[in-house]
Design a protein around this ligand. Structure first.
Ligand code: CAA
Length: 691
C-alpha cells in the first residue's frame, strides 16, 4: 500500500486490521470507499486471514458520508454497494469504534457482523439534521437490531448516543477498555472464529421488527407526539416512512424504498439548506485577519455588571462552564432578585432531571454577588449588561478603565449602541469589544461578537473561543446600529407596521411569518418582549399604535394584553381594542387601506431584510453571507430548512428579489431601494453563495 492510501492494513495473527485514515473525521468520500473495497476484497480472498477488524485512525471511527460530495456526480463505488460487499464477506467482520460513528459511519458498522466500542464512543444517525435520511441501509438495519421504537428516536431525533446505552440496546456487542480498543476487537474476532459462531447479518434478523408489525399504530403515535417539533421539515417524515417500511417489507425492498426517499431528499432545497448551515456554522470561526493560532487571553474569572434578565442569563453561561463570576448591581434588592432568578432557574432544571441537585449549589457557589464595582478588579473579562443608555454605559466604562486589571477584556452586551464610542471612554480601546447575547441568554445559542475599530486581534480570538466554550455559536460582526441581527429585524418590523396601518391584521402578518417557519411573527414578538421598552408616558405623544396600547396598559404578555389579548395560560387571541386603535391611527395618518395577499406580506416583510443583509455585506459589517444566515437561525429561529435569509434569497433567485424590491420601491419609496450589491449580483447571474 502506498502512503496515500486512506486505508492502512496490518496483521494481528490471522486477523487483519483495516484502519481508515482520511482527513479529520474519516468521511467516507470516494477515495476511502474505493480503498475499503479493495482492502476487503483482498482480505476476503486471502486464505490466511480468519477475520477482519475495521477501525478508524485519528480522532474517530467515521463521521459518515462526505457531505461535500452531495449534489455532485458520484464517482467510485457507492456507500450502499460497499456495505453490501462488507456484509457479504464470509469471515467475521468486527467494527472497532472510538470517538464517533455517525451517519454512514454507523451504517458501515451496522454492515459489519459485530461491533465493539470504547465506552467513551458515540454513535448515531444524524442525517435528519442535514435534511436527509440514513441512505446506506441505516433505516433498514437499525430497526432490525434495536426495534422500531428506539430506531425512531435515534433516526428521527438524530442525536448521538453513548456507547454504553447503545450496548444496552444491543447496538454494540461489547465494550473495550479505553486504552485497548483494537487489541480487544482482535481478541473478540479470534473468539468468534474459535467458537465457530455463525456470521450474523443484521439484514437476516426479524425478531426486533415484529414490534412494528404487531403494533403499527406506534408510528402514528410517534408522529403525533413530535408534530410540533417536526413542523415544516420534510426529512423526519421520510425517516418514519422508511422505518415503517423496514417492518413491513423484505430487506431488499425496504432498501430500495430507502434509496428512493433518500434520492428525493438529497436533491431537494431543504437538504441543500441544512447542509449549507452545517458548513456555515463551522465557517463562523474563521476570521481572515485573525490567524487560527492567535493565542487567546486566559479567562479564569468573569465579571458581569447588571443582575437583570440579561446579566443573570449571561452569568449562567459561565457558571455552567465552571468559570467563577462576580455579579454587580447598584441596589441590594435588585441584586437579591437577580440571584433568586438564577437559583430558581437552576432548581427548575434540576426538577426536570437535567441537572444534579448538588450541581445547583456548585454553580451558585461560583457566583459572587456584590454592590461594589471595585470587586471586578481581579476579573479577566467584564461584561456590562445594564440597560441601553449610552450615558450610563460611558460612565461604567470610564470607571472600569480605572478598576480593571491590565489586559482584562472589557465587553458590552449592548444590542444597538456604538462600541467605538464606548471604547473611547477608556484608555485601552484595544481591550474593548461587544458581546451581544440573545434573550434568554442562557438558552439562545447566538453570540454576536462586535469588533470595534481598535479591538485587538487576541481580544477577538478570546471572545470567539470563549463563546464556543460556553456552548454558543459566535459570529463576528462590525459596529453599526443593531449590528447584524437587530439591524435586519428593524426592516421587518417597519414593514409589518406599514402593513398593519394599511389594514392588514397583525395576526395575519404573524400567521404568514409563522407559516414560513419562524417561531413567532413580529407582533407576537413585541408582545413577548414588552411594548414599553423605551416608552414612557411623559415623552411619548399618543401618536402610534404602540403609544395608545401602552397608555391602556396593554404592554404585552406581562400585562395580559398587547396587540393580542392573553388568557391566564398566555394563549393569545386577536383583540378588538387593538383593531380599533389601529383604525384610529391609520385614519389620523391618512393611510390608504389596501388588502395584501399572504405572498405580498411575506415579500414585504422579508425582502427588505435580505436587502439590508446585502448592505451589511457591502459595508463589511459581516464577513460572509453565511454568517448572516447563522445569526438569523440561532438568534431568531429562522427555519434551518430554509438555510437563513441570504441562502433563502439565493433559492428564490436574486433577479426576482430585485424585481419585487423595485416594484415596492415605486410604491413606497426608498425603504425598498435595492442595494448596489444585490443589483450587481443579480446582473451577473450570481447569488450570495458566490461571494
Ligand atoms: N463530511 C465532510 N466533512 C465533514 C464531515 C462529513 N461527514 N464531518 C465533519 N466534516 C468536516 C467539518 O466540516 C470540519 O471541516 P473544517 O475543519 O474544514 O471546518 C472538519 O471535518 C472537522 O469537523 P468538526 O469541526 O465538526 O469537528 P468536531 O470534532 O467538532 O465534530 C463531528 C466532529 C461530531 C463528527 C462533527 O463533525 C459532525 O457532526 N459531523 C457530521 C456528522 C454527520 O452528519 N454525518 C452524517 C453524514 S451524511 C451520511 O452519512 C449520509 C448517508 O447515510 C449515506
Amino acid at each position: 500500500m502506498t502512503q496515500d492510501n486512506p486505508v492502512s492494513v496490518s496483521r494481528e495473527g490471522a486477523v487483519v486490521v483495516l484502519t481508515m485514515r482520511s482527513g479529520p473525521v474519516n468521511a467516507l468520500g470516494s477515495a476511502l470507499r474505493e480503498a475499503l473495497r479493495a482492502a476487503f476484497d483482498e482480505a476476503a480472498a486471502d486464505p490466511a486471514v480468519s477475520a477482519i477488524v475495521l477501525t478508524g485512525g485519528g480522532r474517530m471511527f467515521s463521521a459518515g458520508a462526505d457531505i461535500s460530495e452531495f449534489g455532485k456526480p458520484q464517482s467510485g463505488i457507492s456507500l450502499p454497494a460497499l456495505l453490501d460487499r462488507i456484509e457479504s464477506v464470509q469471515k467475521p467482520v468486527v467494527a472497532a469504534i472510538h470517538g464517533n460513528a455517525l451517519g454512514g459511519g454507523l451504517e458501515t458498522a451496522l454492515a459489519c457482523h459485530y461491533r465493539v466500542a470504547l465506552p467513551s464512543a458515540k454513535v448515531g444517525l444524524p442525517e435528519v439534521k442535514l435534511g436527509i435520511l440514513p441512505g446506506a441501509g441505516g433505516t433498514q438495519r437499525l430497526p432490525r437490531i434495536v426495534g422500531p421504537r428506539k430506531a425512531l428516536d435515534v433516526i428521527v431525533g438524530g442525536a448521538p448516543i453513548g456507547a454504553k446505552p447503545a450496548a444496552e440496546m444491543g447496538l454494540i456487542d461489547d465494550l473495550a477498555p479505553e486504552d485497548g480498543l483494537v487489541a480487544h476487537a482482535v481478541a473478540f474476532a479470534e473468539r468468534v472464529v474459535a467458537e465457530k459462531r455463525p456470521l450474523t447479518r443484521i439484514r437476516d434478523r426479524d425478531d426486533r421488527i415484529a414490534e412494528g408489525r404487531d403494533d403499527p399504530g406506534l408510528f402514528d403515535a410517534f408522529r403525533k407526539e413530535n408534530a410540533r417539533k417536526l413542523r415544516g421539515f420534510e426529512a423526519p417524515e421520510a425517516c418514519i416512512a422508511c422505518i415503517e417500511a423496514a417492518c413491513r417489507l423484505p430487506f431488499e425492498q425496504g432498501l430500495a424504498f430507502e434509496r428512493e426517499q433518500f434520492g428525493k431528499l438529497v436533491s431537494g432545497t431543504q437538504s441543500a439548506a441544512q447542509r449549507h448551515v452545517f458548513f456555515a456554522e463551522r465557517q463562523t470561526a474563521k476570521i481572515p485577519d485573525v490567524p487560527e493560532d492567535t493565542a487567546p487571553r486566559p479567562i479564569h474569572k468573569v465579571g458581569v455588571i447588571g443582575a437583570g434578565t440579561m446579566g443573570g442569563g449571561i452569568a449562567m453561561n459561565f457558571l455552567n462552564a465552571g468559570i467563577p463570576v462576580t455579579i454587580v448591581e447598584t441596589r441590594q434588592d435588585a441584586l437579591d432578585r437577580g440571584l433568586k432568578t438564577i437559583r430558581t432557574n437552576y432548581e427548575n432544571t434540576a426538577k426536570k432531571g437535567r441537572l444534579k441537585p448538588e450541581d445547583v449549589e456548585t454553580r451558585m457557589g461560583l457566583l459572587t454577588p456584590t454592590l461594589d464595582l471595585e470587586a471586578l478588579r481581579d476579573c479577566d473579562l467584564v461584561i456590562e449588561a445594564v440597560f441601553e443608555d449610552m450615558g450610563i454605559k460611558k460612565e461604567i466604562f470610564s470607571k472600569l478603565d480605572r478598576i480593571a486589571k491590565p489586559g482584562a477584556i472589557l465587553a458590552s452586551n449592548t444590542s444597538y449602541l456604538d462600541i467605538d464610542a464606548i471604547a473611547a471612554m477608556t484608555g485601552r480601546p484595544g481591550d474593548v469589544i461587544g458581546m451581544h447575547f440573545f434573550s434568554p441568554a442562557n438558552v439562545m445559542r447566538l453570540l454576536e461578537v462586535v469588533r470595534g475599530e481598535k479591538t485587538e486581534k487576541d481580544v477577538i480570538a478570546t471572545a470567539m473561543q470563549l463563546g464556543r466554550k460556553v456552548g454558543k455559536i459566535a459570529v463576528l460582526v462590525g459596529v453599526c446600529h443593531g449590528f447584524v441581527g437587530n439591524r435586519m429585524l428593524a426592516q421587518r418590523q417597519r414593514e409589518a407596521n406599514r402593513l398593519m396601518l394599511e389594514g392588514v391584521k397583525p395576526w395575519d402578518v404573524d400567521r404568514v411569518i409563522q407559516d414560513f417557519g419562524l417561531p413567532m411573527g413580529p407582533f407576537a414578538m413585541i408582545d413577548l418582549a414588552g411594548l414599553d421598552i423605551g416608552w414612557s408616558r411623559e415623552t411619548n405623544k399618543s401618536e402610534t399604535v404602540r403609544d395608545l396600547l401602552c397608555e391602556l396598559d396593554r404592554r404585552g404578555q406581562k400585562t395580559g394584553a398587547g396587540f393580542y389579548d392573553y388568557d391566564a395560560s398566555r394563549k393569545a387571541t386577536p383583540s378588538k381594542v387593538t383593531e380599533e386603535i389601529i383604525a384610529k391611527v391609520s385614519g389620523r395618518q391618512g393611510v390608504a387601506q389596501k388588502p395584501a395577499s399572504d405572498g405580498e406580506i411575506l415579500e414585504r416583510c422579508l425582502y427588505p431584510m435580505v436587502n439590508e443583509g446585502a448592505k451589511i455585506l457591502e459595508e463589511g459589517k459581516a464577513i460572509r453571507a453565511s454568517d448572516i444566515d447563522i445569526v438569523w437561525i440561532n438568534g431568531y429561529g429562522w427555519p434551518v430548512y430554509r438555510g437563513g435569509p441570504m441562502f433563502w434569497a439565493d433559492t428564490i433567485g436574486l433577479p426576482k428579489v430585485l424585481e419585487r424590491l423595485r416594484a415596492y420601491q415605486a410604491e413606497y419609496g426608498d425603504d425598498f431601494k435595492p442595494s448596489a450589491l444585490l443589483e450587481r449580483l443579480a446582473a451577473e447571474g450570481k447569488g450570495f453563495r458566490d461571494l
